[in-house]
Ligand binder design. Sequence first.
Ligand code: HH2
Length: 264
Amino acid sequence: MGVVNITPDSFSDGGRYIRPEAAVEHARRLVAEGADILDIGGESTRPGAAPVSAEDELSRLAPVLDALRDWPVPVSVDTWKPEVMAAALERGASMINDVNALAAPGALEAVRASDCGICLMHKQGDSRTMQTAPAYADVVTEVRDFLGGRVRAAEAAGILRTRIVVDPGFGFGKTPAHNLQLLRNLQSLQVLGVPVLAGLSRKSLLGRITGRGVNERQSASVAGALLAVERGAALVRVHDVAATRDALLVLSAVSDPGYRFDDD
Ligand code: HH2
């Protein structure tokens, strides 16, 4: 899943793709590099980001959604606002990626009637406060139980579980130690019986481990994606598609005893 942030303030690429033409060009590059899904967002979720009204968020998303409408890759929209979800689905989005796990009033209803894919993500607190003092008795169990509860809530609202993926929400109300523990134990989310998505790309955990700034974390991000897939992630949300794809191709060749080369 390749990330397209149509925002002035995203943590790693804020402002670069705020013009619709720049966002579409970036999307084109990510697809050429091998992205299977595009995830487009009109509001940054980074800690302390300025809130954006549904109207402004949609005005960022709409021209890009219109331009991507006939593309062969599914388009996911990263939003927690029910009115943005509904409008995005009308404009051809195939998936809603909600860092709020469809907990906003009206969110379950906004996606229920369509057949879109849904990502339910865990976070602790809201984006203003979430990194102040994240606290868990057992982060792995709490994240797993929360996601299990949200899958059940979605099913109770009439959403088929085949439409759902879950995400532990790296960096969302978690210390570096919490994030590391979640990555080590990512496999434990498999009991939920739905695919797992992992988003580690360029995140501060990787900066803390390597000592590198936000735009120098490509190698660490590729390592993070690889380790997540080895631990069962079915989707990885990344900024650097080409490098991630190469690493995942090597992993799948090594993991497949029946691997055949092109000229076999
Ligand atoms: N991370 C970010 C945004 N959306 N969605 C899911 N499902 N999982 C994630 O880990 C996730 C997400 C943060 O990354 P980015 O979009 O690059 O930054 P910003 O929120 O500042 O736009």
